[in-house]
Design a protein around this ligand. Structure first.
Ligand SMILES: *Cc1c(COP(=O)(O)O)cnc(C)c1O
Length: 365
């Protein structure tokens, strides 16, 4: 049965109903599990927590179902997942591409930890021409954080494959309800579940998803060897949060559309970007994220805006229930001082618009 997104989100990864049992069983806390005295680990699937845990397994089934993937591996956070893919799939002498305008942490990892291991790193702007000659692994990110630039996953995957490269798409901003990179030709999804996927600003999570059994086996053994797993409580909280993903994204996206319209009329706001106005995003995405980027004239102007707003909380990360804004240059990222990434939450749109307009007025005056 091909259910729609809201139905899939509320049901993903849940066990078959059993009278007297909960909808989503609680977290299983286990390091070692009891073993059969004779058959040992061959008698039951769960033997040791670094290899398997039923709470993690249910979350993985849920994310795989939403991504349209044969398999998913969850990690302790997004960087654990991205770094696992980049380390497990490359060898000294290989080259990788990373987004020049995408998540800062991926470039820090690539420059700081891959280059010293003999892996060449090429940073390419998301909407620039991509050359994959000699590349082993291309990491794309669309929409990119924080530039909000978009690239065509199907076209770039075809070009990368023709050059012999594997394609990983960072699906953090979109979430699997917003975009299905594997359907568009990517080999691998890498993502942070810390952001919109779980959306309550209360946990860290990452995951990898793929349809390729060899890739999944390589990445699974990497994770068993290195152990970057989330704990069962985080995995359970994440699974619980998935049920409202469709509702949250719907509200966040609608709020962002209204905020975009309001910001577009403000003279002090420049370089306003939102994927809802990008033709490639509109064609390739199933829904548009609630995140916008724009510039105010200075860091002080951003500070005044945030000081005067009651509903926009200064915080990094994005995709949560609460509207947040982050001045990215404060983290040392090489972007304009006044660049703001605004993540629309699930507040009522009229409250949000009124608060934003009043805060911008006070910051300008
Ligand atoms: C946040 C983020 C990451 C890293 O995720 P963590 O959960 O913070 O480790 C990776 N990629 C993108 C696009 C992100 O926004």
């Amino acid at each position: 049965m091909d259910y729609h997104d809201g139905t899939r989100a509320v049901r993903a990864g849940l066990p078959e109903p059993v009278p007297g049992q909960p909808f989503l069983p609680g977290p299983v806390f286990a390091g070692p599990y009891h073993l059969d005295p004779v058959a040992g680990p061959n008698a039951a699937p769960d033997a040791y927590g670094r290899e398997s845990n039923p709470t993690l397994g249910r979350l993985e089934a849920a994310i795989a179902e939403l991504e349209g993937a044969a398999g998913c591996l969850v990690f302790a956070n997004g960087m654990a997942a991205v770094s696992a893919a980049m380390l497990a799939l490359t060898r000294p002498g290989d080259a990788v591409t990373v987004p020049a305008d995408g998540y800062f942490g991926v470039r820090l990892f690539a420059d700081g930890d891959l280059v010293p291991r003999g892996i060449a790193v090429r940073a390419i702007l998301t909407d620039a021409d991509h050359d994959f000659t000699g590349v082993r692994l291309a990491v794309l990110e669309t929409p990119a954080n924080p530039s909000m630039a978009v690239c065509d996953i199907a076209a770039l995957s075809a070009r990368a494959h023709a050059a012999g490269a594997l394609v990983a798409v960072d699906n953090t901003m979109a979430t699997p309800l917003g975009q299905r990179p594997l359907d568009l030709g990517a080999d691998l999804v890498v993502a942070s579940g810390t952001k919109a996927l779980t959306g309550h600003s209360d946990l860290l999570l990452g995951y990898l998803a793929s349809n390729d059994p060899d890739l999944l086996a390589t990445l699974r053994s990497w994770r068993s060897h290195t152990g970057g797993l989330p704990g069962p409580f985080e995995a359970w909280l994440a699974h619980r949060s998935l049920g409202t993903l469709d509702l949250r994204l719907g509200r966040q996206s609608a709020n962002a559309a209204a905020v975009h319209g309001m910001l577009a009329k403000r003279p002090e706001v420049t370089n306003l970007r939102w994927p809802g106005t990008d033709p490639v995003a509109l064609r390739q995405m199933r829904r548009i994220p609630g995140v916008l980027a724009f510039e105010l004239p200075s860091a002080d102007h951003v500070g005044a805006f945030l000081t005067h707003s009651a509903l926009v909380h200064p915080a990094t990360s994005f995709g949560g229930l609460h509207t947040t804004a982050d001045r990215r240059a404060q983290w040392g990222e090489n972007v304009p001082e006044g660049l703001v990434r605004l993540s629309c939450g699930c507040e009522d749109v009229d409250d949000l618009l009124a608060d934003l307009a009043a805060a911008l007025d006070r910051a300008a005056g």
